[in-house]
Ligand binder design. Structure first.
Ligand SMILES: [Zn+2]
Length: 281
């Protein structure tokens, strides 16, 4: 997910929210929506007020001139008739793409709001900081910003083969590129070398940037690369990787859903290898 076309981010909450403001209201990790199961609808601020539901508000910006606000509902907020609380993943392919991207953004802001009620340094209740998206401690001045965690994804090739792996949690038959979180002190390139070594025991080179994607589970920035095999024996680490194999470019297995950057990374690489295979030597 990324910043949608037509969206202008802002954190300055208007003094009065226009009635048509889109309200992304979360109770725990689920967002309030109306409409049919396969055509969910995001409530407007006026509808939410009419239902008597509210909580801490964080302004997100404007989508094509319409305000968008994230609302952190209390855990005991009721579920009004005709509305339901839906997990973000259940809205994939159902909520239109720009709204889904803003819902994912709202989810991360609410999650930050929910987990930074107290100062991590001295335990005093925090307050929202004026002028920026931050919580500050009135006692010691510590400031906490929404957390974004960088993670890398890498698709390793060897000639016209791709290295794909299965994590134990994957549905049967599904494979993906390797991925892992960046550790303190590492560059992303360091992380790629370490994770590939730890997860499958090989060395890689020729690392090239592909693209990045915001991923709201819970607050990752997935940064994707391709790399070329540079040596070593494939030996999957059996805790994180159930199986890792080289696949010919024209025989790839089941892949993650098209919303994920891993699918785009694999498809783009397959297309490149297919082009190379078609070219006369
Ligand atoms: Zn403090």
């Amino acid at each position: 997910m990324h910043t949608p076309e037509g969206f202008t981010p802002s954190h300055a909450l208007p003094a009065a929210l226009p009635a048509d403001t889109l309200a992304f209201a979360f109770r725990d990790a689920k967002v309030l929506v109306g409409g049919a199961d396969d055509a969910p609808v995001v409530p407007r601020a006026s509808e939410l007020a009419g239902l008597g539901i509210g909580g801490d508000r964080h302004y997100l910006g404007e989508l094509d001139g319409t305000g968008c606000v994230a609302i952190h509902l209390p855990a005991e907020a009721r579920e009004p008739e005709g509305w339901r609380y839906a997990g973000l993943r259940s809205l994939f392919f159902r909520l239109p793409e720009p709204l889904l991207a803003i819902a994912a953004r709202a989810f991360q802001v609410v999650e930050w709001d929910r987990t930074h009620r107290y100062c991590g340094r001295c335990g005093t209740p925090t307050r929202d900081k004026q002028g920026e998206r931050a919580k500050e401690c009135p006692a010691c001045g510590y400031a906490a910003f929404p957390r974004v965690t960088p993670a890398m994804m890498v698709l390793v090739t060897r000639g016209r083969e791709l290295l794909l792996a299965r994590a134990p949690r994957f549905p049967p038959g599904m494979y993906s590129a390797l991925a892992g979180f960046v550790e303190p002190g590492e560059t992303i390139e360091d992380c790629i070398h370490r994770e590939v070594r730890e997860e499958v025991g090989i060395e890689v080179g020729a690392i090239r940037y592909f693209a990045s994607q915001s991923w709201a589970f819970p607050h990752s920035l997935m940064i994707a690369y391709t790399a070329e095999y540079a040596g070593g024996e494939l030996t999957p680490d059996e805790t994180e990787i159930a199986e890792a194999r080289w696949f010919a470019w024209d025989a790839v297995p089941d892949l993650p859903p098209s919303i994920s950057i891993s699918r785009r990374l694999i498809e783009a690489t397959v297309a490149r290898l297919a082009g190379e295979a078609a070219r006369p030597c």
